[in-house]
Design a protein around this ligand. Structure first.
Ligand code: SAH
Length: 219
């Protein structure tokens, strides 16, 4: 059995990470508090223990990665998360981003298309700490119609386009943060649903590099 320990050294490294996220322009105190509260090294293989708080993405198996802390902070800040909001995340991966949202008091529904990554979260370490974080195995292009509508939707893989079902599953006034392909990189977009007819206000932000959002489930 793996021993999970959050030592003074880890906490110190996390403080430094928070300082560097602030320097890079992250200002939402609730986002910074959530990242400071979460031991990122618990979400990674023990081999990464010493470097878990570097502002880098790391492999989590199946060719996938845990997003860079700056990217997690950036997307979460754009999402303007409030306690008790119902949030759909596409691309569970390590469950780190989902945990940041749960730590901020949201009701989180997260979908993963890779069975192995989904199964790895069956023993999710913070299961009892975050009872409002729910895991689903499925194709994020379809969203979760049974649980819709959502206050917010967050996509953590490179989307080729904005999936229509996700637009439909957003509440009026709700926001979607999605990195959309632009050739070699993705443009971070924030859509705000303006009415039931489905008009959206679109804002464009910085470019990022995500692993691709792929259709269908993988067993
Ligand atoms: N949020 C994750 C980042 C994971 S990387 C974290 O905090 O660790 C993106 C993830 O999206 C990968 O695990 C990939 O398998 C998953 N993914 C890609 N396309 C998907 C889809 N259509 N539906 C659900 N998950 C998808």
């Amino acid at each position: 059995m793996r021993q999970y320990e959050d030592t003074y050294r880890h906490k110190g490294l996390r403080k430094n990470l928070i300082t560097s996220l602030k320097q890079k322009g992250i200002t939402d105190e609730r986002v910074l508090e959530a990242i400071n509260a979460l031991p990122r090294h618990f979400f990674l293989d023990t081999a990464f223990d010493a470097i878990a708080y570097e502002d880098r993405a790391f492999p989590i198996g199946e060719g996938q990665t845990i997003s860079q802390p700056y990217t997690v902070a950036y997307q979460t800040q754009l999402l303007e998360v409030k306690s008790f909001e119902k949030i759909l995340e596409i691309g569970t991966g390590s469950a780190y981003q989902a945990s940041v949202l749960a730590e901020m008091g949201a009701y989180v529904y997260t979908i993963e298309r890779q069975k192995k990554l989904f199964d790895a979260n069956k023993n999710f370490i913070f299961k009892s700490k975050y009872p409002h974080l729910k895991f689903f195995y499925g194709d994020g292009f379809e969203g979760l119609p049974t649980y819709a509508p959502f206050d917010k939707i967050l996509i953590t893989a490179a989307a080729p386009y904005i999936p229509v079902p996700l637009k439909a599953q957003l509440k009026v006034g709700g926001k979607m943060v999605i990195p959309v392909d632009e050739g070699n990189a993705q443009r971070m977009l924030r859509l705000t649903k303006e009415n039931e007819e489905g008009s959206f206000r679109e804002e464009a932000f910085d470019q990022f590099s995500f692993v691709p959002m792929l259709t269908g489930k993988r067993g």
